[in-house]
Design a protein around this ligand. Structure first.
Ligand code: AMP
Length: 364
């Protein structure tokens, strides 16, 4: 298995693929990347010939990092099966293509306008109204490359803040909560869905996922599944895909897709019968997909910028600690905890204990 990227997602993919006797080759420029401990790590740029040659010698190639150059995935796809297909990477890397794909498929999304100059931004503000969110088309993640405009005077400030990068302006969505749907599609076209989960962000970074999300009607779940199916089939997708959504009253508004295993699916390692990582492996290997049913309610807490004492975490019943082998730095995801509870109240109690531990919540 060749993997573009060797971050924590690659590490967890390797942990899930090893029982299936997969051996891993990772290409990632950063020395000592989290997945390096679980396979052969080639520390070079994604487009470097030595990395591409090693990946082309694998049976199948996937990626765990969304900003890998599409050219690298395209070049590999001529020589070896690459899943998810590079077309999915291309769409997910560009917010304009992504939002346009939602619109073409009839999937509700925030109103949006492409913006390539300050004058276009001023026009788009007139069209969409305020507040609105300016986002760079490319390379935005964890809330980076974004600016919320509240008044017309914000136009030059927002344009300068994003350094004049090609962008889109989105109408501000006054959502009740943020949800995501993890889906897996196999080589045969078989599709499985995880239940909708609720995600809480702080300063643009995912902090907490509650799985399954509370109070999800059958209509909400099936609406999300329909949107995901349209996307998976349009892209002839193979692998795990995350669809990030806003809930507005009883409606869903699609925000973005991640063409890979996703942070909001980490709960599934302990919370589901088959984890997102195992299902990604099964999908791209052409094997039957596994059961996505929930074992018990669970909550995933991201460890961002700091780490708690491992022993203190593991003293909490049914808490599971995942450390990524990264040095703690402000705003950096260095691990996560998943805790389960037999009931929602037992889960809430355990989450409260964990959140009170020093190091679980980064100092502001
Ligand atoms: P994104 O990079 O698109 O995932 O955005 C990061 C976060 O910004 C989201 O998780 C939301 O909390 C918020 N956000 C993004 N787009 C909008 C929008 N159009 N309206 C309101 N909030 C948004």
């Amino acid at each position: 298995m060749g993997v573009l990227g060797a971050g924590q997602l690659g590490r967890m993919l390797a942990l899930a693929g090893t029982p299936l006797d997969c051996r891993f080759v990772f290409v990632d420029p950063s020395p000592g990347a989290p997945a390096a401990a679980l396979g052969q790590h080639i520390a070079c740029e994604y487009t470097a010939p030595e990395g591409l040659a090693a990946l082309a010698a694998c049976d199948v190639v996937t990626y765990e990092f969304e900003s890998v150059p599409v050219e690298a995935a395209d070049a590999l796809a001529d020589r070896v099966p690459v899943f998810p297909p590079p077309a999915a990477l291309r769409v997910a890397q560009d917010r304009l293509l992504e939002k346009s794909a939602f619109r073409d498929l009839g999937i509700a999304t925030a109103p949006f306008e492409p913006v390539n100059s300050e004058a276009e931004l001023a026009q788009a503000v007139l069209k969409l109204g305020l507040p609105a969110v300016l986002k760079t088309r490319r390379f935005g993640y964890d809330g980076k490359g974004q600016f919320v405009l509240n008044e017309p005077e914000d136009v030059p400030i927002a344009w300068a803040a994003l350094l004049g990068a090609p962008s889109i302006l989105e109408g501000f969505v006054h959502f009740e909560r943020e949800l995501s749907l993890l889906a897996a599609r196999g080589r045969s076209g078989e599709i499985r869905f995880y239940p909708l989960v609720e995600n809480q962000h702080e300063r643009g970074i995912l902090r907490k996922t509650v799985a399954p999300a509370a109070a999800v009607s059958a209509a909400l779940q099936s609406g999300a599944e329909l949107s995901a199916t349209l996307i998976l089939e349009r892209l002839a997708y193979v692998g795990v895909l995350a669809l990030e959504l806003f809930q507005v009253e009883s409606r869903l508004v699609a925000n973005e897709i991640a063409p890979r295993v996703h942070n909001s699916g980490h709960f599934s390692i302990e919370g589901s019968r088959t984890s997102q990582f195992e299902n990604h492996m099964r999908a791209i290997l052409g094997l039957p997909l596994g059961d996505t049913a929930t074992i018990s309610p669970s909550c995933m807490l991201n460890l961002v910028g700091s780490l708690p004492e491992s022993a203190a975490v593991l003293e909490v019943p049914d808490a599971h600690l995942h450390l990524y082998g990264k040095a703690a730095r402000a705003g950096r995801k260095v691990g996560h905890i998943t805790v389960r509870g037999a009931t929602e109240s037992e889960l809430a109690e355990r989450v409260a204990i964990l959140e009170a531990l020093p190091g679980v919540r980064e100092a502001p």
